[in-house]
Write a protein that binds this ligand. Structure first.
Ligand SMILES: Cc1cc2nc3c(=O)[nH]c(=O)nc-3n(C[C@H](O)[C@H](O)[C@H](O)COP(=O)(O)O)c2cc1C
Length: 181
């Protein structure tokens, strides 16, 4: 592969990464079925521990249901507010029986890929933290709402839709993250 080609791919990747932002306000416009269906294709490309592919991603598009789940979460977590005005909601879960030691990493890879995919489809989304090291209260709320069992670990929600806001320009990195030894 030539240098020029490598650099074009890298620039394309940087553009995709940099275009993804946290979008917390959404237009009152439904997300098309084709865009939802297209998402299925990303999961088969993802790495997972032991290649177990333990993910279950639920998409909810009933706005009343989304609001109700948003209200329940908001009662215990103020940063869940973006859920309330979303026309669509992805719930990223993994089966802990399939991925015992690495469910957090497996789920995070899945959620981030989904976030990038949504952004590439022109949709805005934000990560709403659900899984915590010291409390399962938010997970319990989501599990109860969806009728999931204890083995289903819910890592995060991604409320999504057409963006109604343009996030402020990113702050420049305040330090070097890469330490070349
Ligand atoms: C693990 C994780 C948890 C997050 N939790 C929340 C959350 O609960 N609510 C929220 O509004 N944003 C949440 N965010 C979004 C971050 O605030 C956001 O990614 C960060 O400010 C950088 O902005 P950007 O996504 O536009 O680049 C979370 C992001 C990550 C990666």
């Amino acid at each position: 592969m030539s240098m020029a080609r490598t650099s074009a791919d890298f620039n394309k990747l940087l553009k995709t990464l940099s275009a993804r932002r946290s979008v917390r306000r959404f237009l009152d416009k439904d997300v098309e079925d084709e865009k939802i269906k297209a998402l299925e294709r990303i999961f088969e490309c993802l790495p997972s521990s032991m290649n177990a592919r333990p993910w279950n991603v639920f998409i909810i598009r009933d706005r009343e249901k989304i609001k109700e789940l948003g209200r329940r979460l908001l009662a215990v977590h103020k940063y869940s507010a973006p859920v309330l005005n979303a026309p669509a909601l992805a719930v990223v879960s993994v089966d802990e029986n399939i991925s015992k030691n690495h469910f957090v990493e497996d789920a995070s890879i899945c959620a981030f890929a989904l976030w990038l995919a949504l952004s590439s489809l022109g949709l805005g989304a934000v990560w709403i933290a659900v899984c915590l090291p010291d409390s399962e209260i938010r997970e319990e709320i989501v599990r109860e709402f969806l009728g999931l069992s204890k083995k289903d670990r819910v890592i995060c929600l991604l409320p999504f839709g057409y963006p109604a806001e343009k996030p402020a320009k990113r702050a420049a990195a305040e330090r070097k993250f890469l330490k070349v030894l």
